[in-house]
Design a protein around this ligand. Sequence first.
Ligand code: SMG
Ligand code: MG
Length: 369
Amino acid sequence: MHINRIELRKVFLPYVAPFETSGWREQGSHAIIVRMEAEDIVAWGESPVGENPFYNEENQKTAWTILQDYLAPMLLKTELASPWDVTPAFARVRGNRMAKAGLEFTVWDLFARAHSAAWPACSAARERRAEVGVSVGIQQDIPTLLKVVGAYLDDGYTRIKLKIKPGWDVAPTRAVRETWPDLRLQVDANSIYRLEDGPHLAELDPFNLLLVEQPLAHDDIFDHAKLKPRLRSPLCLDESIVSPDHARWAIELQACDIINIKPSRIGGLGDAVKIHDMAQAAGMAVWHGGMLETGIGRTINVALASLPNFTLPGDISANDRYFKRDIVQNPFTLNADSTLTVPTGIGHGAIVDEDYLDEVTLDRWEISA
Ligand code: SMG
Ligand code: MG
């Protein structure tokens, strides 16, 4: 298949409430939306980059530049036999995986539409539903946190993740655990601690957590391997796992008990599926993370999260947890069992609301073959 045209849009889509982690606070999505045309087919994808390079090294401006100067022109010159050809075609460009993922996702959508099929990479999906929870940002105080968590539980979510940082870790986790003794609960530090903080992190052990996510540096695997035996809580890696090789290193070094898979962090759906399969073969579970995607990226995540080795609920809440209005006409709603239903339509299944997309578009760029 040959791609005729690629269009990029910078968007800003406000969140219903600001989202705060150990290192930054965002008021809305600064994603890049991709539209592609080939042989009369139109496909859509998303690079869920942030406003600042605080989660990983990318942000909306860097992805915009790399997509325009390198990735989009390279893709137009590539004859694609399948979506699996995209990642190797981008290999000369180091890193910049979220930028790459935006194009790779779109090519999967393109091929699926060309074959009038749903997402091929996820055709092995075990179930038509993916179990999901909510990631709760850092709040101003514990009473506010309990109110926010309570509201999500009232909405029907049955798993909660708390963002933690020094000064906002043991006490809020204890408060949530004491209020809801049976709640499935986990925490995420977004790389804020050091190996020396091991004894402090072990203070989370009594709270029966599903996992402690990425306590140490964003690019570390080695120190996590040292930390793991010092904690009773299962240790999860997010930022550190950016490729199938990184997953293999973490598995071989026993640096974690579980891997958070975000296809955008890994550069695309193909490598995400490879990590899923590798972890499964090694007897290690995975679960699906989130980058507060718009409705386009969200549909990709829901399909992937229905693969069999995703054994814990994903950070893939229904669209209204993020946005008052999303850029799709078919937002997800939460099922009574805290799941989202995997779309069964052609391609990834998101129906783009082009009028609203126009309203939230800050900039556009296109390139043709
Ligand atoms: O998509 O619901 C979501 C948010 C999940 O907490 C979440 N993501 O490190 O796992 C993570 C963070 C990164 C957020 S970057 C804005
Ligand atoms: Mg994380």
